[in-house]
Design a protein around this ligand. Structure first.
Ligand SMILES: O=c1ccn([C@H]2C[C@H](O)[C@@H](COP(=O)(O)OP(=O)(O)OP(=O)(O)O)O2)c(=O)[nH]1
Ligand SMILES: [Mg+2]
Length: 148
């Protein structure tokens, strides 16, 4: 079990600590901390504040992912999906929403707009090399195993 610190930013006393909507849900839902309703026109993107910053153990990252209900019903998704929250980031967590639907969509304060999933990030070093180990696949990719 990892412990993540949640810091509410001033003026956001009404915003809930991110929470799972069922016991084994992967994601913690995030609420919009907009001061007044924000409208996303079709094709428009906006950075939506969440009203908090956080600190997690350095081996973790948090991914900001869309909610499928908003995507399915309204075409609202995260443009940079999944968004990456670095363990050393102390700024406000924000959600970059885009409206891929055909209708304007209003986001109101307290609405659950996205979800946050924590992951362990393997610590990796990258080393430059002249040659790479051979594999059966080799350079095959981008659908080389079939027509579709
Ligand atoms: O959906 C997101 C994505 C990022 N961030 C914050 C936390 C993250 O640690 C920081 C930087 O994100 P990223 O590395 O994806 O963006 P960048 O364009 O590489 O910016 P930077 O140069 O600041 O790393 O912005 C968010 O609040 N929400
Ligand atoms: Mg970056």
């Amino acid at each position: 079990m990892y412990q993540v610190l949640f810091k509410r930013l001033e003026g956001n006393e009404d915003i809930a600590v991110p929470r799972k909507m069922s016991e084994w849900a992967a994601g913690f839902d995030l609420q919009a901390a907009v001061s007044e309703p924000v409208v996303l026109q079709p094709g428009e993107r906006k950075l939506i504040p969440t009203g908090f910053s956080m600190a997690m153990p350095m081996e973790l990252e948090a991914q900001i992912r869309p909610r499928s209900g908003l995507a399915y019903k309204h075409g609202i998704t995260c443009l940079n999906s999944p968004g990456t929250i670095d363990a050393d980031y102390r700024g406000e967590v924000k959600v970059l929403l885009v409206n891929l639907g055909a209708e304007p969509f209003a986001i109101t304060r307290g609405e659950r707009i996205a979800q946050m999933v924590f992951q362990v990030v393997p610590q990796v070093t990258i080393e430059e090399a002249e040659e790479l180990p051979d594999t059966v696949r080799g350079a095959g990719g981008f659908g080389h195993t079939g027509v579709k």
